[in-house]
Design a protein around this ligand. Structure first.
Ligand code: ADP
Ligand code: GLC
Length: 503
């Protein structure tokens, strides 16, 4: 079975959040299970700067569409055994210093990318890359950026070679949709989207909506969120389309790359540790982290961490108000790593201005620091308004920090609330209300547990560290989803084989 992942991000090349992590780790595991998974992403400017010397030019072709003909250059490299293709084409991809720009330009860029991706799949299928012909069986697309592809495939199906290619759309985030793209779609020569549901629900110009209707199979990244998406609170105006596709939608919890995220070997940590040794060894990471953030090095001060995009989704605005209380009332220390909306960054900075001796805020993106925070902090706060899956709470548990989370989406599926006793149950602390008071009192409960119920705390740490968050189970669910998508386009069993490396 050949699966081409088509996405905007893939770690380590391009990542702004969990989408990059998933596209960066799932294909390698699929390959180990006999699926020939490969990835196509844009050659974002920063990739060229950071990874340019690893990239090899594979082929160039002229790609024609209504506005004209463009040269498309495909570069390649291998990552964890996965062939990765990078698409460069002036003026859309290959320049600039960011993965995303503004919505207007991004809509144009990703419509182009989606159209060109179809052409790349075809070129690979013809063997134009110089290797064996490699026509994908499944196009696995992610989020609004590539959600047009299932429609383009639907249109192409009447041409030889495309009849039995299937599409799967993974929804990582419903709030970003690529809406009002009609003018750009028209300019790019994309035919009308005539599905009656799209027309009646007025979503023919909504890129994610188009994907939801035309993909053969759909999934989101946790079981709880698959349910949530049916309701206006989470469906963001597309819940009506979700109901239409209800029987084709599943929730598959994201996995973690357990090898790269391993406290026993992670080179980012001051001291490595495991679930056997954390009781004695982990503390050194806390001390190093306090030093790094210029905080007082106190073992007994509960250290609360935030690693997050600072946007409304993550609930950081109301959390900041709750944290203000916690900083005033307790001896807890706070460290924040994140970037995002200027107003929310400002709210965080204000905490540092007011409580500078115990609260430190790092506005920016820093992957190694994130790992050190999971490995050294006592708690990780994730107060999201909605969370399709969320990886940081799993990373925290893996590294022995207890998550304090709001009960939604993947947070609800992965964190078990403390039993407020001997911790026969529990891997963290869970609250429901989107209120500063909920953050305040849940953190105070956690701080109290940390101080007065040490053994219970450590049992929760151990329990969290021993959970297997790996891709083994999700990967089986993805393979089943690919099989169901292929069955929808009339394909029988498509075998899993031992994968030969292409290079
Ligand atoms: P989302 O994709 O919604 O941002 P996830 O929890 O799925 O949320 O994934 C976030 C990923 O991005 C994690 O790997 C986390 O460590 C990382 N991350 C988020 N913000 C930062 C930051 N400022 N610096 C480094 N890593 C970050
Ligand atoms: C999105 C979601 C996050 C999820 C990630 C990877 O960015 O916000 O919850 O973990 O995608 O699927």
């Amino acid at each position: 079975m050949r699966v081409l992942f088509i996405a905007a991000e893939m770690a380590p090349f391009a990542k702004t959040g969990g989408l990059g992590d998933v596209v960066g780790s799932l294909p390698a595991v699929l390959r180990r299970k006999g699926v020939d998974a490969r990835v196509l992403i844009p050659l974002h400017g920063p990739i060229k700067a950071a990874f340019g010397d690893r990239l090899e030019h594979l082929f160039t072709f002229a790609f024609s569409r209504r506005p004209g003909t463009a040269d498309v250059h495909i570069y390649t490299t291998e990552q964890d055994g996965v062939p990765v293709y990078f698409l460069q084409s002036w003026p859309f991809f290959g320049e600039g210093d960011a993965i995303y720009t503004d919505l207007n330009w991004d809509r144009e860029r990703f419509i182009f990318f989606s159209q060109a991706a179809m052409a790349v799949a075809w070129e690979l299928g013809q063997g134009h890359h110089g290797g064996e012909p490699w026509m994908p069986d499944v196009l696995h697309v992610h989020d609004w950026h590539t959600a047009l592809i299932p429609f383009l495939l639907h249109e192409a199906r009447f041409q030889p070679g495309w009849e039995d290619v299937a599409s799967v759309l993974t929804i990582h985030n419903m709030a970003y949709q690529g809406w009002d793209a009609g003018g750009y779609l028209w300019m790019a020569g994309v035919p009308g989207r005539h599905d009656p549901h799209l027309i009646y629900q007025n979503k023919t110009d909504n890129l994610l909506g188009i994907g939801i209707i035309y993909a053969d199979k759909l999934n989101t990244v946790s079981p709880r969120h698959a349910i949530e998406l049916h309701y206006p609170r989470f469906g963001e105006g597309l819940e009506g389309l979700i109901w239409v596709r209800d029987s084709d939608l599943v929730g598959i919890l994201n996995g973690l790359d357990m090898e790269h995220n391993n406290p026993e070997t992670d080179p980012a940590l001051a001291r490595n540790f495991s679930w056997r040794t954390f009781r004695t060894d982990r503390i050194e990471n806390k001390r190093a982290l306090q030093y790094e953030f210029a905080l007082e090095q106190r073992d007994d001060a509960p250290l609360i961490a935030i690693v997050s995009r600072l946007v409304e989704q993550k609930g950081m605005d109301f959390a900041a108000e709750g944290l203000r209380w916690v900083l005033a009332e307790t001896s807890a220390q706070l460290i924040v790593l994140g970037t995002g909306k200027p107003e929310i960054e400002e709210q965080m900075r204000r905490l540092e201005w007011d409580f500078g001796w115990k609260a430190k805020v790092y506005i920016g993106y820093n992957a190694a620091l994130a790992q050190r925070m999971y490995g050294g902090a006592d708690m990780l706060l994730v107060p999201s308004r909605y969370e399709p899956c969320g990886l940081t709470q799993m990373l925290a548990m893996r590294y022995g920090a207890l998550p304090v989370v709001r009960e939604t989406g993947g947070l609800a599926d992965t964190v078990v609330n403390y039993d407020n006793g001997p911790a026969d149950q529990g891997t963290g602390f869970v609250f429901l209300w989107e209120e500063p008071e909920a953050v305040r009192h849940t953190l105070r409960w956690a701080i109290d547990t940390y101080r007065n119920r040490r053994a219970a705390w450590e049992r929760m740490q151990e329990r969290g560290m021993r959970i297997d968050w790996g891709w083994e189970r999700p990967v089986r669910q993805y393979i089943a989803l690919y099989e169901q998508a292929l069955a929808k386009v009339g394909r029988g069993q498509v075998g899993l084989t031992e994968i030969r490396q292409p290079h």
